[in-house]
Design a protein around this ligand. Sequence first.
Ligand SMILES: Nc1ncnc2c1ncn2[C@@H]1O[C@H](COP(=O)(O)OP(=O)(O)OP(=O)(O)O)[C@@H](O)[C@H]1O
Length: 701
Amino acid sequence: MALFTINRYLGDEEEKESTSESRSKALLAKLQKQAKAREQQSLATKEQLTVQDADTTQITSGKKKRKPEKVEEEENKQHKKKKKRKEKEESTEQLEDANGISVSVEAAEKAITGTLPKKKKIKDKNKAVIKEEEQDTNHPSEENAEAVEETTGDGVEAKESQETANGHPDPSDTEPGKISSDNSFQILGGYMKKRVQKVQRVLPKWLAEPDMIEKDIKSNLVTLSDVAGICPALQKKLEAKGIHSFFPVQAEVIPAILETVNSGLLIGQGGYRPRDICVSAPTGSGKTLAFVIPVIQALMMRVVCEVRALAVLPTKELAEQVYKVFCSYAEGTDLKVVMAAGQKSFAAEQATLTETRGRRCRSLADIVVATPGRLVDHINKNESFSLQHLRFLIIDEADRMIDSMHQAWLNQVIKAVYKSGSGTDTSVFKRVEPGPITVASLSVPQMPLQKLLFSATLTQNPEKLQQLGLHQPRLFSSTHTSTQNSTHTEEKFDFPQGLTEYYVPSTMNKKPLLILHFLLRLKYKPVLCFTNSREAAHRLFLLLKFYGGVEVAEFSSRLSPTERQKTLKSFEQGKIAMLISTDAAARGIDIKGVKCVINYDAPQYIRTYIHRVGRTARAGQAGVAFTFLLAIQMKRFQKMLLNAGSPGLQKHVVKPQHLSGLESRYEEILVELGEAIKVKAFKMLNLLHTSTSVTVCAHSE
Ligand SMILES: Nc1ncnc2c1ncn2[C@@H]1O[C@H](COP(=O)(O)OP(=O)(O)OP(=O)(O)O)[C@@H](O)[C@H]1O
């Protein structure tokens, strides 16, 4: 007895037949029937074609009835012209034939192939009809001319072939804008201008629906004990440093990170890899503590010293700032924090990172704070530097760090993290670069690497974020981006609550007087003033220094890292009334007590603006920002701020009489400055000349 019966469906008729022979017979009969039907159909079509060719006038009149009067008139005019042209052509053709001087293309083709092309055959038939009619009437009517035109050419042929192929009329005949008054060719596209449909912006769910962070710091403080998971020792330390409650971003993000280490550092919650965390919160909202506290809390019970947390920042100054915060909270624990940002020589940094005794290397750091360049140097040149136990990768100023991805620093870090992934290691420290989840990949738990991203202007561009290779990211944000009706491409950002923004209409010549007015007459000190280039910062610094009256300093790449460090310290201590800086101090720098930011040169990009003005109004405090705008910059700047979600930009007009008192001294200063620059340039030239001649002498010796 057969175990299985396979039934094949062969149609209703076949189902009735039981034997295979009868089934195939039935199938054959069916196929024959179909073939016969098709034969008959094609015969009928041929007959129809002949009838149509013979009686073109009838078809034309039938078609004509369907056309509106205006179209008909237009067509008649066109056809009259064409008819005349055709008659002319035909007469020349006939003449040429009669004289035997020229041979037409069709005749040549016929001579070669023995047949005429299909289209030409129809055309010839029609020509014959015209000739007959001409013989009859000697004056062809407009109707006849139209009939000739309508039945000749591709229009009819295409229509017929379409009808026979599909069994439906050609839709191009019924579509407006596609009917050609001249059917000798077929128009494929319409003339109508169509509005291009805007593409709806669709964000991934994690970006579109973030965990919301309250914007108002002051009215949303959370007491330290209300945030779960922080040990009493750390709470004490916070209080000792004047932190009595957490800011909203800290109250949301700290528990979320601590939750991912509930089951220990080696595996994520429930054995799963923890989700990466992205935080987008305004400048000065306390993002640094939002990662420092949970990382210290998670690592403080560690037994072996290995690099478990790595914070990457774009500049030396920022790295140093974050390093100091880590150090202050790691104090009293076994944790060792090391900075690798190029402040010291490579060898000196290497000595603080690793130690080699005999053939054994060991890490001297639990937490490393680095800039991308130096980090890559240590990965490539320091063999003892290992990231194989890295648990947290913190990327601060994440949007800026994405822009520096061309340096491929992240790839190098990831490579170093999964370096030991040979597949033979079966310990819990085994690390294999995560791929698609399979039973095999889940069978051995491995220590996860979790990325923590922070920025005040985190990009919402999924394409850019994708470069970071995030794992099921979770976003904490104070701005909600609606996915509904969001066809615009502008990104919205959050501005600090205590910030008041002004623009000051100005001209190029008035800008130096304006800055003098703000510095000498208004009580906004200390002021942080931004220019768009280091040359501009230096010129302005010289001008204000020559003018005198207040202490000013410059901050740019013109200074060495040590000079910059000193300058920042003096500014923080209140020894400098105005710091003139390039965008080197625009991001992340936390200087307490900055009451006012002045954009001497208007920033070109919204992100630059947000970070610059974010140096004031920090930690829920109040602050003002002024931007000097030339008339030509006004419209674009206002639009840029409006699109970014600025709460309001106000106009601040400085009356000319306020500046007039400063003018005479300013003129004198310009002369003095010119002299000084000349002397300086002369000295520089002299110096250059001496050094060149010394070199030449040395070479000649
Ligand atoms: N809970 C808190 N209570 C009091 N002050 C705090 C608290 N948290 C942070 N601060 C202070 O707020 C200031 C700004 O914090 P932080 O530098 O972390 O801001 P940020 O969000 O990183 O800013 P930016 O985006 O500009 O880098 C710092 O001086 C910090 O000491």
